[in-house]
Design a protein. Structure first.
Length: 82
């Protein structure tokens, strides 16, 4: 693999990781800490949405992001024939 292709591969890899971390940080910090009071006005079943994000949502989001990362990295690997 030539140098340009290697650099493009790592740029794509780092961009994917950065974007997924932004999503996770948004759900973990913003939704479950900063906006908890606002989100508690909405309920999921009998549970306030802010509490749900703090207890379940960030973990659920993290698991989904793992699958998204695996699928996207497979596409990047195929594209750059890694």
């Amino acid at each position: 693999m030539n140098q340009n292709k290697r650099q493009a591969y790592w740029r794509a890899n780092v961009a994917l990781i950065r974007n997924l971390l932004i999503v996770w940080a948004f759900v973990s910090v913003v939704c479950s800490i900063l906006l908890v009071t606002l989100l508690n006005n909405v309920s999921v079943g009998n549970i306030p949405l802010g509490f749900w994000f703090a207890q379940q949502g960030s973990i659920f989001t993290f698991v989904v992001l793992i699958f998204i990362y695996a699928i996207q990295m497979d596409k990047i690997d195929r594209k750059y024939k890694k």
